[in-house]
Ligand binder design. Structure first.
Ligand SMILES: C[S@@+](CC[C@H](N)C(=O)[O-])C[C@H]1O[C@@H](n2cnc3c(N)ncnc32)[C@H](O)[C@@H]1O
Length: 378
């Protein structure tokens, strides 16, 4: 099938952007979800794409070169992705093996938890190749089990959200080993695909500034606080399941002096009076869309101003945004305007981003989705 694209679509693909919206196709073909097509501009082949007339993202680029999309094609790309991550084997037993467009496999996410694999198919095109992809993963990795995690995003592709053990047996509870730390996770019911793997390197970097009193806000399983290995750590987290994980993870890592506060961070900051030497703020994506940005900026300002009130002089503040609509530049601007209110200086110690198993491809601006900054109060 051939599909003609518009000039603006062509301009995007020239920069090797991986998607086109409906209005960037001259005419949306009436085809099955995820059909494969050659994208054409002025009679010239430009790229091969999955086409989904049902989805706002109507074309997802599979290749910029004319090639057959078959088992050999997927095997080559998967092998490339696996090779890229080989260095991580020395650091952890759990990492992302395939990160969708950022590994040139649009709609395929694969996480490895030792010999368990957790997979998500988030595009109709990739979903059509599910059987083949699973076969390749089994051949290359010989896993004990494969669990399919149903991402809500599938609904946007007109796909059902399914959660199922796809192959073999998958551990319910699993211990992630990362550097010298251990984290318990529930592979089937945890957030994302079980654990925030993308923060691995940042946990380590920020943890090195720990030691003294630490406040881990939006703590999830307690990763940052545990790495900080502080004389006292307070974890604040709203989810009961995550709070029970923090408890178990503190035990696993021999953290003795800590408190878990099961509470909304915004409420907690209204009344907290203790001072800390390290504060981490790692909230969920407040602003998933550009229109929600104003509210998110306001929320962030509240968090930073109030965290600064609790931060000792010479203390460290780590800020993370996992939304494209709040960039690292926004975090710096927010920190600056908050420092003016709190009458202090802030020194930039580190710029941070998602770990390398979640690649940032310069041609795909959205692939930089997690940014952070570590500051020191002066
Ligand atoms: C991005 S995750 C934190 C990841 C964690 N720092 C790590 O490295 O694993 C955000 C966490 O904030 C929690 N959360 C969301 N809204 C909250 C709120 N208002 N107050 C407290 N926790 C909240 C979520 O349950 C989630 O565990």
């Amino acid at each position: 099938m051939k599909v003609e694209i518009t000039k603006s679509g062509y301009e995007k693909l020239k920069k090797r952007f991986p998607w086109l919206y409906k209005n960037e196709l001259k005419k949306v073909p009436e085809c099955d979800k995820g059909s494969i097509a050659d994208l054409i501009y002025k009679d010239k082949y430009i790229a091969t794409a999955f086409i989904n007339p049902f989805s706002k993202i109507t074309a997802r680029i599979v290749s910029f070169k004319k090639e057959t999309i078959d088992k050999e094609f997927f095997e080559k790309r998967i092998k490339k992705a696996l090779k890229k991550r080989e260095g991580l084997k020395n650091i952890t037993n759990s990492y992302r093996l395939i990160h969708s467009e950022a590994d040139f496999l649009p709609g395929l996410i694969v996480d490895k938890y030792a010999d368990n694999l957790v997979v998500s198919f988030t595009s109709a095109g990739m979903d059509n190749f599910k059987g083949l992809i699973i076969e390749i993963l089994i051949n290359l990795l010989n896993p004990k089990g494969i669990y399919e995690k149903g991402d809500k995003i599938r609904e946007k592709e007109g796909l059902e959200v399914v959660n199922q053990t796809f192959y073999g047996e998958v551990d319910d509870e699993f211990i992630i080993k990362e550097y010298d730390k251990k984290f318990l996770t529930f592979l089937k019911e945890g957030q994302k695909t079980g654990f925030f793997l993308d923060q691995r390197k940042n946990r380590k970097i920020v943890g090195e500034y720990g030691g003294k009193k630490t406040l881990d806000l939006f703590a999830n399983a307690g990763g940052f606080g545990i790495y900080a290995n502080a004389s006292f750590t307070k974890f604040v987290e709203i989810s009961p399941l995550a709070c029970s994980l923090i408890e178990r993870n503190c035990e696993l890592n021999n953290l003795k002096n800590y408190e878990i506060v099961k509470m909304d961070v915004f409420k907690f900051l209204e009344s907290e009076k203790e001072k800390y030497d390290l504060i981490i703020i790692d909230p969920p994506a407040f602003a998933k869309t550009k229109s929600a940005r104003t509210g998110a900026i306001k929320g962030w300002k509240y968090l930073i101003v109030n965290a600064l009130k609790l931060l000792e002089d010479e203390g460290y503040l780590a800020l993370f945004s996992c939304s494209h609509s709040i960039t690292s530049k926004d975090l710096l601007d927010l920190a600056l305007s908050s420092s003016i209110i709190e009458r202090c200086n802030l020194e930039v110690i580190e710029f941070l981003k998602q770990d390398i198993d979640h690649p940032y491809i310069l041609n795909i601006p959205n692939s930089l989705y997690l940014t952070g900054v570590l500051l020191r109060r002066l």
